[in-house]
Design a protein around this ligand. Structure first.
Ligand SMILES: NC(=O)c1ccc[n+]([C@@H]2O[C@H](COP(=O)([O-])OP(=O)(O)OC[C@H]3O[C@@H](n4cnc5c(N)ncnc54)[C@H](OP(=O)(O)O)[C@@H]3O)[C@@H](O)[C@H]2O)c1
Length: 319
């Protein structure tokens, strides 16, 4: 079985003192491990969490392992655009600079009818539109602090999710005139993460703010909670799932860390970085830092702009 791509020890020992980095959804899974690593390297890390109580526990864990770590929890619910605006305002009041934004939080395969506060389908709402607004509100801070990075945590499921092709239906993002399917909605939201990074790269040309998207691998986290009971993943089926390719959160954090830290990423704005993955073509399964997505819809430049315009309209209509 192929081994996951890992960052070099040098990259993970680089001194990040003086850098401020936000990780969304950092109270669990890949986001927590990513935040802990960045804090261990000296960055000030803001754990942007919906459940701040859980975030506080994670900060305590980070500090117990790394006594000098500098990190804090701030409230962010990506399913409520008022919360996104409040987070961005509070962050900028407290912090003069921002060197990294990891748009990591996400939900997968949520049930029909689940909506964000503003009435968006839950997956496009949380995974894409919440992050779209957040990034927009923090862009000036990132530009001021450049060189800076934006990492959108997408998925290989932007290509195909449990048999459903990743595609954006621009005039029906919320499944109002098509039958709802939780995997189709996840694939759409994760393709949106890829296209958002491309749209950012285009708009940020010449600013030294680099945006990319990543697939972290199939990782043993709480993401599966809407699909199967977590004890099945974590105990009953764990050995089988491991043989099938499921990796641990530390391995799952590697692609985000590489995208945030490696020098060569600066030459690949808008591109896609993938851990081992499940793609429609077998040759893509080994991933690549970076690699070309096998989904033709990930290379639709007209859709990059259409999605940008539609997202901007949706988030501004909510004001
Ligand atoms: N695990 C995988 O196999 C895999 C594969 C491909 C891509 N990914 C991507 O990796 C990212 C991280 O997921 P994970 O696997 O680490 O799963 P996870 O452990 O479930 O973490 C997801 C995080 O997102 C947060 N979140 C969910 N809804 C939110 C909201 N409305 N506002 C703010 N935060 C919210 C969760 O907070 P709560 O704890 O409060 O729910 C949690 O902290 C996701 O974008 C996911 O799509 C994961």
């Amino acid at each position: 079985m192929a081994k996951p791509h890992m960052c070099s020890p040098d990259l993970l020992a680089r001194d990040l003192s003086g850098k401020t980095i936000i990780v969304t959804g950092a109270n669990s899974g890949i986001g927590f491990v990513t935040a802990k690593q960045l804090a261990s390297q000296g960055a000030h890390v803001v754990l942007a969490c919906r459940r701040t109580g859980e975030g506080d526990k994670r900060v305590a864990e980070i500090k117990s392992e790394h006594a000098n770590a500098s990190c804090e929890v701030m409230k962010l619910d990506l399913g409520d655009l008022d919360s996104v605006r409040a987070f961005a305002a509070a962050f900028q009041e407290r912090h003069p600079s921002l060197h990294g934004l990891i748009n990591n939080a996400g939900v997968m395969n949520t049930s029909k009818g689940m909506r964000t506060k503003q009435g968006f389908e839950m997956q496009i709402g949380v995974n894409h539109l919440g992050h779209f607004l957040l990034t927009d509100l923090l862009l000036e801070a990132l530009k001021r602090s450049a060189p800076a990075r934006i990492v959108n945590v997408s998925s290989c499921y932007h290509d195909k999710a449990v048999g459903r092709e990743g595609k954006i239906v621009i005039d029906d993002l919320h499944f109002e005139s098509r039958k709802y399917d939780g995997w189709e909605a996840y694939a759409q939201s994760k393709l949106a993460n890829v296209l958002h990074a491309k749209g950012l790269a285009k708009r940020l040309e010449g600013t030294s703010v680099i945006a990319v998207s990543v697939h972290p691998g199939w990782v043993r986290t709480d993401l599966a909670k809407h699909t199967m009971p977590l004890f099945v993943q974590n105990f009953v089926m764990r050995p089988v799932l491991k043989v099938m390719g499921m990796i641990e959160p530390w391995e799952g954090a590697q692609t985000s860390l590489y995208a945030m830290l490696a020098d060569d990423v600066a030459e690949h704005a808008g591109e896609y970085y993938s851990q081992l993955g499940m793609y429609r073509v077998k040759s893509a399964a080994k991933g690549g830092w970076p690699m070309k997505s096998p989904n033709p819809n990930a290379h639709d430049d007209a859709m990059v702009d259409k999605l940008w315009e539609q997202s901007a309209a949706l988030v501004s209509a909510s004001q």
